[in-house]
Design a protein around this ligand. Sequence first.
Ligand code: NAG
Ligand code: NAG
Ligand code: NAG
Ligand code: NAG
Ligand code: NAG
Ligand code: CA
Ligand code: CA
Length: 517
Amino acid sequence: MIPYRIWAFVICILSESYGQQFTPGCSFYNGKCIYNVQLGNVESCHGGNAQPEPNVRDLSGACTCNDVTKASVDLNNLQTRVDKLHKSMTDFKNQLNNVSPKTNSYQGQPDGENQKYLDILDKLHTKEDILNRTNEEVTRILQTASTEIKGLREKLKNTTGELATCQVSMGGTHTSQKAPVADFTTFYCSFQQTDLCRFTQDRDDNTDWTRQSSSISTQSGPKTDHSYGNGYGYYMALKTINTPKSSAGKTISRLTSPTFKPASNYCLRFWYTMFGKDVDTLNVYAKVNGGRGYPIYTRTGNVDPYWHFAQIDIGPEYTKSSFQITFEGSYHAYKVHHYTNSHYTYIYYNDDGNIAIDDFYIYNTTCNSLPAVPADSLLRRVGNETTYYTFHKTPATWYDAQVTCRKENPRSSLAAIQSASEQLFLVNFINSNLELTIAGQNGFYLNGNDVDSESNFKWINTGYPEIVNYTNFHQGQPNNVGNIQDCLLMEYPADNYKWGDVSCTEKHPFICETMMP
Ligand SMILES: *[C@@H]1O[C@H](CO)[C@@H](O)[C@H](O)[C@H]1NC(C)=O
Ligand SMILES: *[C@@H]1O[C@H](CO)[C@@H](O)[C@H](O)[C@H]1NC(C)=O
Ligand SMILES: *[C@@H]1O[C@H](CO)[C@@H](O)[C@H](O)[C@H]1NC(C)=O
Ligand SMILES: *[C@@H]1O[C@H](CO)[C@@H](O)[C@H](O)[C@H]1NC(C)=O
Ligand SMILES: *[C@@H]1O[C@H](CO)[C@@H](O)[C@H](O)[C@H]1NC(C)=O
Ligand SMILES: [Ca+2]
Ligand SMILES: [Ca+2]
């Protein structure tokens, strides 16, 4: 006897309306601005009878952003249908797999029930065949659509030059789940700003912090700033001064933030380096009513040339009234014997050590309530490494893209692709998403660049430049056309997003990556 349970299952499968959903469809461009991609009309498509929709505009006229936006909405709808299709195909296959082994045991039993089973299996195979053909059709449609979109965008660029503006509205159609809008604001400073974001030098100290770009020396200071990781970026540094001093003792310098409004809590985050043998201490204070009190953060000594992350909760005792943040750096002098006028004297030097800070964030909430990762991000775990990617379809210059990444999370940067499997992971994800496939026709920026030294491409996500070892350049790239191509772009969508170098001021979509500590 076949258990009732299995019968119910099989009947359930057959009564599902797969037939409707799995009818292959077509895609056509037909020289019009608006795409019409359909599923379920195979005769009218392949019979050449496809009629353009009455309101479709002819390409001999100029296409507008509205046309591209409408096309992208149509394609979004298609994406939704394709997603559903894939899901029901998978479910269907799973159900089929569950049923098949059970039915085998009834084969050869010459009863009526077994015959019914074989009939059902027959029908299931027919469905599977349709399903397989539909799968091929969907793949074909996606490929055609992406080619057509490319044509449409090129046409638009040729006729109106509206490319960049349109992509903004295309980006706006994305509706997948966003993180809830948190009730906090962020103050961020990359120290790229010449007004130092209204930070000011204290007057009751020995010297000033300086706004610095590039490395200070090989024995001290960071190699580059933290925001951009190359000579374009700036950071704040307390530099030793190689001048003899008459006495020992610390040289102290303070830099104070603008004033922050009262709130129940604040969270402070920043990056710092402390490198060189004369480095003494970095203290951070929450300055209330002009008084510094005791430090809320202290780090002492010669650490290393790398950028380090600091995070400090600032409780209500400090934040119930207006307050400022003060960074206090110090270095010490060392004693040397000096031979002058036939005798030895002592002189004190401090010539080796710098404290630097960059990428300052302050949020009017507790550190715990800040999102751990950027909203809407894609997770990848390899071994013990966890990375989140966010995809930005709105084109930006390499510099603006990098800062957008830094702003979304202190550990975020434009992505660095450091293996073939990471490249494949990203390319597969882009290809699985129609909107990203559309945006990707214009490439995706990575963080690699040779801004500092021609043809020496470096990854800069950690703020400590690293040689780009794994590469995936398209044939003939990098080629530094016009001597101005310094930034890496996943430039060739038709060739698995192989890389090229482009001018960093060109605007392209981009991928950010947040590496978890
Ligand atoms: C459907 O595709 C799968 C995987 O390619 C294959 O194993 C199966 O035989 C195909 N089914 C039919 C009915 O063609
Ligand atoms: C756009 O312009 C380029 C260069 O002028 C041309 O090769 C291309 O065919 C044009 N594309 C369309 C869709 O008109
Ligand atoms: C943070 O500041 C913004 C702007 O002043 C305010 O709207 C918001 O309520 C504040 N959030 C908290 C948690 O205090
Ligand atoms: C991750 O794994 C690598 C290689 O196994 C190891 O060297 C490294 O210390 C691990 N890192 C962490 C954070 O566990
Ligand atoms: C990259 O290559 C350089 C020189 O070939 C080597 O020193 C460095 O360790 C490599 N880095 C990585 C991350 O493999
Ligand atoms: Ca900076
Ligand atoms: Ca190039």
